[in-house]
Design a protein around this ligand. Structure first.
Ligand code: ATP
Length: 235
């Protein structure tokens, strides 16, 4: 379970995140939606211990990231790309991450299979397509078999087959009882993927609820999204 409570982050005059409160629950895919610059990445970076909050808390199973005993076994994250050295072979990248986190080497082959990269395991990361790079990033996130998965815009730049693959993967994780938090600004793919939604705009959470609750009274998620932004802006 992910809990964000009264979280704020200021960069000088900018309130990147402003008193945000929401949860992402086990067994559900929670979509974290908002326009460019809304504060999605900032929130996720604080959750993952990469940035400090100005105030409020962001916890995973009740603990801050930096207090987790085995971070990679608790939460798997995909932020910008795979985070791998371009000259490295995919399998070596995964082995290195596994070793530095005391994860058994056999798990590397499992995650390669899971993301359909077994055939490309000896390829250098710099030769990977965008879709393959995303898959490698997801494989890295899954090395520790975490119960909580956080992905920042995983479908950016992917073709329809790649988007569909990620959607199926996220649904499978939720079906296994994992907590999945995924950010995006693409409405159509979100409406096919998520159970719950949090919409953020200019740092403030403007809507949260189940997909049905959020869409109720609107023609589509996109309509609901723009209505939420307009209501939030009027406050
Ligand atoms: N390191 C930083 N220094 C100053 N301002 C920042 C910094 N990081 C983010 N911001 C500002 O905070 C706000 C929120 O940015 P953030 O990247 O969290 O948005 P986002 O919702 O992830 O956007 P996008 O969808 O474009 O990735 C923006 O106004 C951004 O310019």
């Amino acid at each position: 379970m992910i809990e964000i409570s009264h979280l704020s982050k200021r960069y000088h005059a900018t309130a990147a995140v402003d008193d945000a409160t929401f949860t992402a629950r086990p067994g559900r895919v929670t979509g974290f939606l908002g326009p460019n610059g809304a504060g999605k990445s900032t929130t996720l970076r604080i959750l993952l211990g990469l940035s400090a909050a100005t105030s409020g808390t962001a916890t995973i199973d009740g603990r801050r990231y930096r207090d987790l005993e085995h971070p990679l076994r608790t939460v798997g994250a995909l932020l910008d790309g795979a985070g791998a050295v371009p000259e490295r072979r995919a399998v070596d990248h995964l082995r290195w991450v596994a070793q530095s986190n005391r994860i058994p080497r056999a798990r590397v082959d499992e995650v390669l299979e899971l993301v359909d990269l077994t055939g490309a395991r000896r390829q250098r990361v710099r030769t990977f397509s965008l879709g393959m790079t995303q898959r490698l990033g997801i494989a890295t996130a899954l090395l520790g078999d975490p119960q909580v998965v956080v992905l920042d815009e995983p479908t950016n730049g992917l073709d329809p087959a790649g988007i569909r693959w990620i959607r199926t993967l996220l649904r499978d994780f939720a079906a296994q009882g994992r907590t999945v938090l995924v950010s995006s600004h693409q409405m159509a793919e979100m409406s096919d993927t998520v159970d719950d939604l949090v919409i953020i705009d200019r740092g403030r959470v403007v809507v949260r609820g189940t997909l049905d609750e959020v869409v109720a009274g609107h023609l589509s998620l996109e309509e609901a999204f723009f209505a939420a932004l307009a209501t939030g802006a009027a406050r």
